[in-house]
Design a protein around this ligand. Structure first.
Ligand code: UDP
Length: 474
């Protein structure tokens, strides 16, 4: 009997790209298909450590992980982290090729992360069908695919027209300054590289997206009608999400102390502040946040990291010197500060959580929605400003923190926004809307519902390709 073929999932760097791939792998497993997640192990920054992969593998014994060691890109001075990621993934092509050569003929297909377009060349050379998995908003995909035609129609780069509202099919108007930093200067190598990568996504047999039809129906319509790619054809787009980390990622014995603390708090009484895998604030900003939280009178759970000027992202922050004097003592009864990392998905699903201050990374946005928690949107990097516009204007599941455009978000704004979400009629309206979104998210994943059907459609295409290859071979 022939060996079962595997689908190879190929994430780019960073937890935000790896986590949803792991959730995608589980979808394949539930349909009886074998998967391998090939993870680049690079000496350059942003790689997920081999230890973290080993932990993930232990927690998911049915998923095969394969580490691909790659050489350093030999460059430090990247103007954008995204450029480094794209370089690392390019340098990884020979390692990917070698791995796939060894795995053939038992490779069914390759599913590529949005930053791995160069791997299309390897797939084409080896005759492996390729698909993309877009781990960000569908609206962002709609914008990216539209940009090659859009850029020449505006008088200047976005950075020179910050307040101008940009109009893309299927998404709300977005101020130029809210577009991703990598896209601000249309003449930059960075913007050109991003556009080239996204344009190459059209070469794939299909694009899986971590979203669901109801959440971004206008963007889906625009993509399906060809409004985002006039004169070019778009491969089928399948919204198969929301794929988010499950609420219980560890056994009871491994429960994080913050969860034990949440157990002792009243329902919906705690605002959770967490800013992605990379979010860091200056000491001055941390102090404003602390003052705002204290003055709000609300209960809080806050993930604090060292400020950016501190060399190491993972070193333990010294809370005593970073936060205002005696802050921890004064808020001991109603606040809990976690150093560096909290089990976010689990926290968000805890009944004591009533609000979420987030940097608007797409995984965080989906986790907030899947937990039915209204959000305070405080974007920091990547495409998070765009996500903020979607969350506030289109989905109406959050309120924007305005002051992030200034040097500092002041304590007064932190206090006001925390009160708004936790203890006001407006906050209650937000909660009602995000609860509806949560129900729609749950529904989308049910058998026969939109995300389930979308995944089936993708599998049908996979099957079609398998049948035609088998016919050719006989
Ligand atoms: N995360 C976590 N604990 C933390 C910070 C982040 O578990 O203290 C997880 C979060 O739940 C999410 C991922 O890391 O799944 C971050 O992805 P996102 O797209 O939100 O942001 P990124 O880190 O890619 O900017």
């Amino acid at each position: 009997m022939a060996a079962q073929k595997s689908v190879i999932l190929y994430p780019s760097l960073g937890v935000g790209h790896l986590n949803p791939m792991v959730e995608l792998a589980k979808l394949f497993l539930r349909r009886g298909l074998a998967v391998v997640i090939a993870v680049v192990d690079s000496p350059d920054k942003d790689s997920v450590s081999a230890d973290a992969i080993a932990r993930l593998a232990a927690a998911n014994p049915d998923i095969a992980f394969r580490l691909l060691p790659v050489p350093s890109c030999g460059r430090e001075d990247y103007p954008h982290a995204v450029m480094r990621i794209m370089d690392v993934m390019r340098v990884a092509n020979p390692a990917l090729r070698e791995f796939l050569m060894g795995a053939l003929p038992d490779v069914e297909a390759l599913v590529l992360d949005m930053f791995c377009a160069d791997a299309l060349d390897v797939a084409a050379e080896l005759g492996i069908p390729s698909y993309f998995f877009f781990a960000s908003a569908l609206s962002y995909l709609a914008i990216m695919l539209r940009l090659p035609e859009y850029y020449p129609t505006v008088p200047s780069s976005f950075k020179d027209m910050p307040e101008t509202a940009l109009h893309f099919p299927g998404v709300p108007p977005i101020r130029a300054l809210d577009m991703a930093a990598t896209l601000q200067d249309r003449d930059s190598d960075m913007a050109k590289a991003r556009l080239a990568q996204c344009t190459r996504m059209l070469e794939a047999r299909g694009i899986l997206v971590n979203s669901f039809d109801w959440l971004e129906s206008r963007a889906l319509e625009a993509l399906r009608c060809g409004l985002c790619t006039p004169g070019r054809s778009t491969p089928p787009v399948h919204c198969i999400g929301p794929l988010v980390l499950p609420g219980n990622t560890g056994g009871i014995s491994e429960r994080h102390a913050c969860l034990e603390w949440l157990d002792t708090q009243p329902d919906r009484s705690v605002v959770f502040l967490s800013f992605g895998s990379l979010g860091r604030f200056s000491t001055a900003q941390l102090r404003e946040m602390a003052r705002g939280l204290e003055n709000s009178g609300q209960r809080f759970l806050w993930v604090v990291r060292n400020p950016p000027e501190h060399q190491s992202n993972s070193a333990e922050p010294d809370l005593g010197s970073l936060l205002p004097e005696d802050f921890l003592e004064r808020t001991r009864e109603r606040g809990f500060v976690v150093k560096n990392w909290a089990p976010q998905s689990e926290v968000l699903r805890h009944p004591s959580i009533g609000g979420f201050a987030t940097h608007c990374g797409w995984n965080s946005a989906l986790e907030g929605i899947a937990s039915g928690v209204p959000m305070i949107c405080w974007p920091l990097y990547a495409e998070q400003r765009m996500n903020k516009v979607l969350m506030v204007e289109e989905m109406k599941v959050g309120v924007a923190m305005e002051g992030y455009e200034e040097e500092l978000v002041k304590a007064e704004e932190v206090e006001t926004k925390v009160r708004l979400v936790m203890a006001s009629d407006e906050g209650e309206e937000l909660r009602q809307r995000v609860m509806v979104a949560k129900e729609m998210a749950v529904d989308a994943l049910k058998t026969g519902a939109s995300s389930d059907v979308a995944f089936d459609e993708f599998l049908t295409d996979l099957q079609k390709n398998r049948t035609s290859t088998e016919k050719l071979a006989t």
